[in-house]
Ligand binder design. Structure first.
Ligand SMILES: [Zn+2]
Length: 113
C-alpha cells in the first residue's frame, strides 16, 4: 500500500491554456469594467443631491470590489478566461505588446469582433 504523504491536494497551477494549449498567458482582475463605469456614472448622477458624496461612495465601493475580486488567468491567443487557478509567478499582467503580437500576428486588424 502507498503510505507516502499525499501533497497533491491544492488545485493544480495552470501551465497552459486549457482551451487551445497556448503557453503565453496573463492575469487580470476578474472584474467587469462595465460595472465599474456604470457605478461611477450612477454616482455622478446623484452628485447634485448628495453634494458629491455619492461619487465618493461609488469610488470606495469600486475600490472595495477591486480588492475583493480574484485574479483570473487569460490566454493571449484565444482570450479564454481561466478561473479558480492559483496564478503562478511566471504569469505576468497584461502586456499590450505581447497582445498585439498575438492579435496581429495571426489575424488582420478588424478580423475579430
Ligand atoms: Zn488559449
Amino acid at each position: 500500500m502507498c503510505s507516502a504523504p499525499n501533497d497533491v491536494v491544492a488545485p493544480a497551477a495552470i501551465e497552459r491554456c486549457a482551451a487551445c494549449g497556448h503557453d503565453q498567458l496573463y492575469f487580470q482582475k476578474d472584474f467587469n469594467r462595465r460595472t465599474g463605469i456604470a457605478l461611477v456614472v450612477l454616482g455622478s448622477i446623484f452628485v447634485p443631491w448628495t453634494y458629491g458624496l455619492s461619487l465618493l461612495g461609488v469610488t470606495i465601493l469600486d475600490y472595495a470590489v477591486w480588492r475583493i475580486v480574484k485574479n483570473v488567468v487569460v490566454c493571449y491567443r484565444c482570450q479564454t478566461v481561466h478561473r479558480g487557478y492559483a496564478v503562478p509567478e511566471w504569469i505576468k499582467q497584461f502586456d499590450l505588446v505581447t497582445h498585439d503580437r498575438h492579435v496581429y500576428g495571426q489575424a488582420p486588424p478588424g478580423a475579430e469582433e
